[in-house]
Design a protein around this ligand. Structure first.
Ligand SMILES: *Cc1c(COP(=O)(O)O)cnc(C)c1O
Length: 392
């Protein structure tokens, strides 16, 4: 019999029924320390009282009206987001990939209304991940995700990251924009250097291109800044975000400067659900928490502690771990043993972590964790690493 759930995931046989802070509880009562945070989504842990209150209060008032009417929660969230970022304007979506899709449409439309309709190509990077729609698999360029889905959506040019000369060479008369994750998440936690990102900014400025930072995974405090672009001294023109901004409620946003967004006039884009009152209630509360004065300093401090502790782990198990990568609490352990097996071993030890490309295991805890949680994670990572020690 064909599975009732489309079998596109190799799911782990564990079902969670309850969460509390950084812990998840399975059907059998087993407790897990969740250092995957729903793939960088549960930045405030599970069942945070402020998010629960925001959602339940809104749920009793109004769920959905459509975007044919003003949505007050969108206005307050957009006001806050534009106050604390480079952006002048926001569009709310239900997911990361929808925010990305709008970013690409916006870049093309910008060139179109700037009298350059021939410019529609977007330079993107090997190892990137932008989601699973037809355009997103073209932008990601991962052959595994493209296979069997017909002709690749036209206009995405994938090149290796890290080499400004290669980017310069890839810019042609049809290029509209450059699209990059400041830290490649799914691709294996590869941090792009500030110099490189500044170089991309300059290439965009010199060639009339828009710079798109996909901060779906890096955004809302994950790297220790509210957004990863803040580490670079430059700003993008367009920035899709999602994951942590909803703290677990599905919501995304595409942020942009007024100039980059100038082509997006009435009727050029839309969504039925995007930015509905439930999503906005939660996202407003999540952003409020991320903007509290203690929040980002806490992320930086706990990330430093975590990186130190992971360094010790690396030294202790050189036959298991090859390298630590990442920024803030977007951390990766490059392994010498298969990452899928390590993720399973960690889970058996009571710790959830997430695989990534390049044989990396991602460690993406809630940003609210304490040193005690870090120590507990280290014990469990250590227990997992021990299972790979070869017997003499
Ligand atoms: C997760 C992710 C996406 C896609 O988000 P979905 O909500 O799964 O559509 C896009 N870009 C990056 C960098 C991501 O990490």
């Amino acid at each position: 019999m064909f599975p009732v759930l489309l079998p596109t995931y190799n799911r782990t046989d564990v079902g969670f029924v309850r969460g509390e802070g950084p812990y998840l509880f399975a059907e059998d009562g087993q407790r897990y320390l969740d250092f995957g945070a729903g793939i960088a989504v549960n930045a405030f842990g599970h069942a945070h009282p402020r998010l629960v209150a925001a959602l339940t209060e809104q749920a009793q008032k109004l769920w959905h009206t459509s975007n044919l009417y003003r949505v007050p929660g969108q206005e307050s969230l957009a006001k806050r987001l534009t106050e604390v970022t480079f952006a002048d304007t926001c569009f709310f979506t239900n997911s990361g990939v929808e925010a990305c899709e709008l970013a690409w449409k916006m870049a093309r439309r910008y060139q179109y209304v700037s009298g350059k309709p021939e410019r529609f190509r977007i330079i993107c990077f090997q190892g990137a991940f932008h989601g699973r729609t037809m355009a997103a698999i073209a932008a990601g360029g991962n052959p595994k995700y493209l296979e069997g889905f017909g002709p690749k959506v036209e206009g995405f040019d994938s090149i290796p990251p890290g080499d400004l000369k290669a980017v310069e060479a890839a810019i042609g008369p049809e290029t509209a924009a450059i699209l990059i994750e400041p830290v490649q998440g799914e691709g294996g936690v590869r941090v792009m250097s500030p110099e490189y990102l500044r170089g991309l900014r300059k290439l965009c400025d010199d060639n009339g291109l828009l710079l798109i930072f996909d901060e779906v995974q890096t955004g809302v405090g994950r790297t220790g800044k509210l957004f990863a672009y803040e580490w670079t001294g430059i700003t993008p023109d367009i920035m899709p975000i999602a994951k942590a901004i909803g703290g677990g409620f599905p919501v995304g946003a595409c942020l942009a400067t007024a100039e980059a967004a100038k082509g997006m006039t009435a009727g050029t884009h839309g969504t039925t659900y995007g930015g509905n009152p439930l999503a906005m209630a939660v996202a407003n509360a999540a952003l409020e928490m991320a903007l509290e004065p203690d929040f980002l300093p806490h992320v930086e401090q706990i990330a430093n502690y975590m990186q130190q502790q992971m360094g010790r782990l690396l030294a202790e198990y050189p036959q298991v771990f090859a390298e630590i990568r990442g920024q803030g609490l977007l951390l990766g352990l490059k392994l010498k043993v298969p990452n899928v097996e390590f993720v399973n071993a960690a889970r058996r030890a009571g710790l959830l972590v997430v695989g990534a490309g390049d044989n990396v295991v991602r460690v993406l805890p809630p940003l609210t964790i304490t040193e005690e949680h870090v120590r507990e994670a280290m014990e469990k990572l250590s227990a997992a690493a021990k299972t790979f020690e070869t017997n003499p």
